[in-house]
Write a protein that binds this ligand. Sequence first.
Ligand code: ADP
Length: 307
Amino acid sequence: MPASAVNKSENNEQKQSTLKNNDNQSKPDIGANIILIGAPGSGKGTQSVGLAERYQICPISTGDLLRHATQDKTSEEGQRIRRAMEAGGLVDDKTVMKLIDQNLNKPECRNGFLFDGFPRTIYQGEQLEQLLESRQQRIDAVLEYAIEDDLLKRRILGRLIHKPSGRTYHEEFHPPKQPMKDDVTGETLERRSDDTNETLNARLNTYHSQTKPLIDFYRKRHVHRSIDATQHVSKVLKQSIEIVDHFRQQPTYKLSEVIVEKAQNEDDLNTKSKQITNQADAEKRLSNNFLFIYNSVTSVLRERGII
Ligand code: ADP
């Protein structure tokens, strides 16, 4: 390559990296607060690894934390948790909230957090809202991994785990080289004790009746998006990142009740074309619209390197 071409390409690289750095200054690349919602087997656990790495945030799986709590066979609390899990029901909210509170303060969570399997009830959603408000934090994005129950059953009932390493396999979709043996150590694979047909049906019922209402809860807060979880793992991850990046630039989620009420009113407006009679309310709407337009325009200008 001629020297001038080398210089040109170096210059271009420098320019690109300056652009990247400037860009990073205005919207830091790491950090996000994310919630994953989805039925058992929808892929939350798999995606949480990629997302936590991408944003350098701490993954918090209440299922894993609760399973850990059941390991102490002598503890009364551990036994209570185990019974609830094996029945396919939910562990009580107080226990779950205590775990969340303890884990959010870990140093790994300083850039943000990713909840996998939490909140699972409207009550937990409300509790989380209060907790975040007191910490002056907000949720950036709630990703729902949508998938039919029949496919979930095939996914879950074939799931195999190598407990010491956490490596997972699937009898049908990702079989180990030798049946029931870990590829790396050759040790025997296991199934999760709640991955039985009976418990799974109970878990799916619990999901539909108790967790799905949270989708509407977060839709009203303008932070929810649904993703087709039947797609390839890498495609689901790519879409998840696009959505989180989009939401991170929006002033969408406000914790105060007034704003939540406003969001509900906006839903009403869409269907009923309600007239705005209150002058103060009208002014508040105008200033919110202006803020939205201002943010949209500045984000386009920033992307093009104009500001
Ligand atoms: P899955 O998503 O496949 O059901 P998890 O590991 O997330 O698996 O959860 C396993 C079990 O742990 C649940 O069926 C439930 O009993 C319990 N659990 C997990 N998270 C919560 C929560 N936020 N609230 C109550 N129970 C929970």
